[in-house]
Design a protein around this ligand. Structure first.
Ligand code: UD1
Ligand code: CA
Length: 451
């Protein structure tokens, strides 16, 4: 089996000119995560022995995004063939197959890549297998020319194609698997005599045919191979991916009342018997346990929402938030880097930043943890079963003990011990008859002015 060891290379060095962006194309997010992450996760189940990303010079942002995967720099963006050549050195002595993926095709499915690997395994000697598809609109894609036995004989890029070739419906999806050493050998013979004056990876197909090597084809559904070259195509890909994520959540046992208004991230984990109301947005790194309800108009990112908890409507959960079992976050509550114990409640109009709330505690309406002193973020700790009255401000760093009660409107700057009552507000003064006298004076003033 050692001859079928697998390496994956993801081409991501292209400038992505058509995006008109300061950032590498493959870093543009789709479902909340960089496009290239979607490509990498499609390849993950193949468990390739090594994965390399080809990046352009000055693409540190991209290197960081794919770390710890190794990157190879392609000096000039001289085409997809040149990009694959860039990994030749790091794969020196590698005897297996190389799967080439383009970083700008984020809708690829793992099963399709698996089919390519299997098709390659079925070939008798060194050879290559392409991924083809038949889009409604072939504009911009290379066309795959087949021989009488349905084997690819060459790929013609659109700009280099004549009318007859342009009429071919079968397009190149940009994924190829080939015996690595053979592929590098073929690439040495690829020139740049074409419309873009680039080294096309696609030219290896004609060379393989000339050498009598095995050439196979796997066909994928058109939507799966959509290449993202512009913002408009990015929006189309986003819509397709969202539809898949919504369908997967429902298959997994979640109810989405209006699926088209719920936006997931590539990595959202959704439990069973979850109810998601309309107009909810999930950013990256969200986990919803079983029986969770997320009510309308909530925005949730980087949050772990445990079994039976309720969030929203109109809640904002930011990274580092844990909502414990059966806990409740209500309307107009924002939480950041905060942990609510099981059964704790913050039901109305609160801000919890860098805060730990114990089990069963209740955070009154309008409570704010003042976590930022202008220099540092400080922590607030609220004990189990504590009760924080409405409109309290807890000035961090500060601790409120288990079972303690904080009076409404208090500004708490000192720690409160367990079971204590803390009041930090002026005492109320009531003057009998004072209200009536005040009104009388006001009326008299108006009469004088009218005279
Ligand atoms: C390419 C294919 C085309 C196929 C289409 C599928 C070639 C010559 N053409 O065209 O047959 O139908 O994809 O989507 O391969 N890249 C580099 N270095 C470079 C150039 C590109 O790393 O020098 C990377 C890009 O970042 C991108 C990928 O390769 O992720 C594809 O490049 P792109 O320029 O988008 O190719 P297409 O013109 O779309
Ligand atoms: Ca492309």
């Amino acid at each position: 089996m050692s001859s079928h060891e697998l390496a994956v290379v993801v081409l991501a060095a292209g400038k992505g000119t058509r995006m008109r962006s300061a950032h590498p194309k493959v870093l543009h997010p789709i479902a909340g995560r960089p496009m290239v992450h979607a490509v990498l996760s499609a390849a993950q189940p193949l468990e390739a022995g090594r994965t390399v990303v080809v990046v352009g010079p000055d693409m540190d942002e991209l290197r960081r995004a794919v770390a710890p995967l190794p990157c190879v720099v392609q000096r000039d963006q001289a085409g997809t063939g040149d990009a694959v050549r860039a990994v030749r050195e790091v794969l020196a002595g590698f005897e297996g197959d190389l799967l080439v993926l383009y970083g700008d095709t984020p809708l690829l499915r793992a099963a399709t890549l698996q089919a390519l690997v299997e098709a390659r395994h079925a070939q008798p000697g060194p050879g290559l297998v392409l991924l083809g598809f038949r889009p409604d609109d072939s504009t911009g894609y290379g066309r795959i020319v087949l021989d009488g036995e349905a084997r690819p004989v060459r790929i013609v890029e659109e700009r280099d194609a004549g009318d007859a070739e342009r009429a071919i419906g079968l397009c190149n999806g940009g994924v190829m698997i080939a015996h690595a050493a053979t592929l590098f050998g073929l690439l040495e013979r690829v020139g740049r005599d074409n419309a873009k004056a680039e080294y096309y990876l696609t030219d290896v197909v004609a060379l393989a045919a000339a050498d009598g090597l095995a050439r196979g084809l796997v066909e994928a559904a058109a939507e799966e191979v959509l290449g993202v070259n512009s913002r408009a195509e990015l929006a189309v890909a986003e819509a397709v991916l969202q539809q898949r994520l919504r369908a997967a959540a429902m298959v997994g046992g979640a109810t989405l009342i209006d699926p088209t208004t719920v936006w997931f991230a590539q990595d959202t984990q959704v439990g069973r018997d979850v109810l998601i109301e309309p107009n909810v947005v999930f950013g990256p790194e969200v986990r919803l346990g079983d029986g969770v309800t997320v009510k309308a108009f909530s925005h949730v990112e980087g949050a772990d929402i445990r079994d039976g908890a309720t969030v929203g409507p109109f809640a904002r959960l930011r990274p580092g938030t844990v909502v414990g079992e059966g806990a409740r976050i209500g309307n107009f509550v924002e939480a950041k880097n905060s942990r609510l114990g099981s059964g704790a409640k913050a039901n109305h109009l609160a801000y919890l930043g860098d805060t730990a709330v114990g089990a069963g505690a209740n955070i009154g309406a309008g409570t704010i943890t003042a976590n930022y002193d202008g220099v540092r973020k400080n922590r607030t700790e609220i004990g189990a079963r504590a009760q924080i009255g409405s409109n309290a401000v807890l000035v961090a760093p500060v601790k409120v003990g288990d079972g303690a009660v904080v009076g409404a409107g208090s500004v708490i700057t000192d720690d409160v011990e367990a079971d204590a009552l803390a009041l930090a507000r002026p005492r109320q003064t009531t003057i009998p008859g004072g209200g009536a006298r005040t009104r009388e004076r006001a009326v008299n003033r108006t009469l004088e002015e009218d005279d």
